[in-house]
Design a protein around this ligand. Structure first.
Ligand SMILES: [Zn+2]
Ligand SMILES: [Zn+2]
Length: 242
């Protein structure tokens, strides 16, 4: 049975957050762009999840389309936020760190221009993961763990569940435009990655874990063969000029 439920911020999978169902509490993974809280609460309700049943909010990385509503949701859900220490600067300033946004294609500069000027309420994560420390989710009745998978940003996190569902968020994308709308199975680069060499190592780490369904921040979900296809086509000879 699937434990991961996609929560759509923009229709067609253009921007996704996720709900992980636990036996004790549930976990919200990412919070969308600023002012997404109502949309998220509405979808939680649709899945029969009361707001006091969320025990933890995980922020996967420091791009504003993922942590934009973190502060507000933390107030509403009264749940602690877990994030990685290497991305904390953006969280405590409420702004994405554009120095880590290296364009994968020059024509995608427009994304950087849009994000550069965006700001949201800052927040301080209650639980900070340091280095490659893994974080077990059993406290919430979820059989799985949070692992450090840098490359898209220095402090990017992924979630690996024992039922072989894996949330890799922006390590890759699929579909057209921001990954949504159509061609969900067509794998592609997100607009930027910080470091392709690091990203490749993170894929090596992810692929060592069992996985059959991979959830993305933009597009997806994909099966293992499609993840390997992205790795082969975009990262095999990875360096930052690829
Ligand atoms: Zn991102
Ligand atoms: Zn994103």
């Amino acid at each position: 049975m699937n434990k991961v439920i996609p929560i759509s911020i923009w229709s067609g999978g253009m921007i996704n957050c996720f709900l992980i169902k636990g036996t004790k509490k549930h976990i919200l993974v990412d919070t969308g762009v600023p002012n997404s809280e109502k949309k998220i609460l509405k979808q939680l309700k649709k899945h029969n999840v009361d707001k006091n049943e969320i025990g933890l909010i995980i922020i996967t990385h420091s791009h504003i389309d993922h942590f934009g509503s973190a502060y507000k949701l933390k107030q509403i859900l009264k749940a602690p936020i877990l994030a990685h220490q290497l991305d904390v600067e953006s969280y405590i300033t409420g702004k994405a760190d554009i120095s880590t946004m290296k364009l994968n294609k020059p024509q995608w500069w427009i994304f950087k221009q849009i994000i550069k000027n965006q700001k949201t309420e800052p927040f301080e994560p209650e639980i900070l993961i340091e280095g490659d420390t893994e974080y077990n989710l059993k406290e919430w009745g979820v059989n799985g763990k949070v692992i450090h998978t840098p490359g898209h940003t220095p402090g990017s996190l992924s979630i690996v569940l024992e039922n072989e569902e894996v949330i890799i968020m922006d390590m890759m994308a699929s579909g057209i435009l921001l990954g949504g709308i159509i061609f969900h199975k067509r794998v592609k680069h997100p607009p930027f990655h910080d470091n392709l060499t690091e990203l490749k190592k993170s894929f090596d780490k992810i692929l060592l874990e069992k996985g059959k369904r991979y959830y993305l921040g933009h597009g997806g979900p994909l099966d293992r063969a499609q993840v390997i296809k992205y790795y082969d086509n975009h990262l095999k000879k990875a360096d930052n000029t690829a």
